[in-house]
Design a protein around this ligand. Structure first.
Ligand code: THU
Length: 133
């Protein structure tokens, strides 16, 4: 996967974050993933007054993609995540790390900042010793 595609994914994640529904945390997160057919799927965090029902951007994007027919584990090439509301890279929460590990097993993970620069990691590095059933 070339640098231009990675930059496109990061830029798409930044745009997706603008759709965040985050009236409680005011912490807008966006995600964009590339599937093995070349389609990009986006997600944002969607909060709720019942706080435990908040859904992270990464899981929104992953669940959207899988529900639209993307193959779990092998069908996701890369996943970018970014927040608009902090200066640094967005680090996925523990729940998202577990979901990323299972659904985007082979993906390159791009942790981006709001200026569009990123660092790369992998699901295994994000969650060593992930739970598997
Ligand atoms: N959030 C994400 O969308 N992704 C993460 O990896 C970390 C946290 C969201 C959840 C909540 O809406 C807000 O950021 C503050 O925790």
């Amino acid at each position: 996967m070339d640098q231009a595609m990675k930059q496109t994914l990061v830029n798409t994640a930044i745009k997706a974050a603008e759709h965040a529904y985050a009236p409680y945390s005011h912490f807008r997160v966006g995600a964009a993933l590339l599937d093995d057919k070349g389609t990009v799927h986006t997600g944002c965090n969607v909060e709720n007054a019942s706080y435990g029902l908040c859904n992270c951007a990464e899981r929104t994007a992953l669940f959207k993609a899988i529900s639209e027919g993307v193959t779990p584990k092998t069908g996701i090439t890369a996943l970018a995540v970014v927040t608009l509301d902090a200066p640094g890279f967005c680090s996925p929460c523990g729940a998202c790390r577990q979901v990323i590990h299972e659904l985007a097993t082979n993906a390159v993970i791009l942790l981006a900042d709001r200026n569009g620069t990123w660092q790369e990691t992998t699901p295994d590095k994000l969650l060593p010793g992930a739970f598997v059933l």
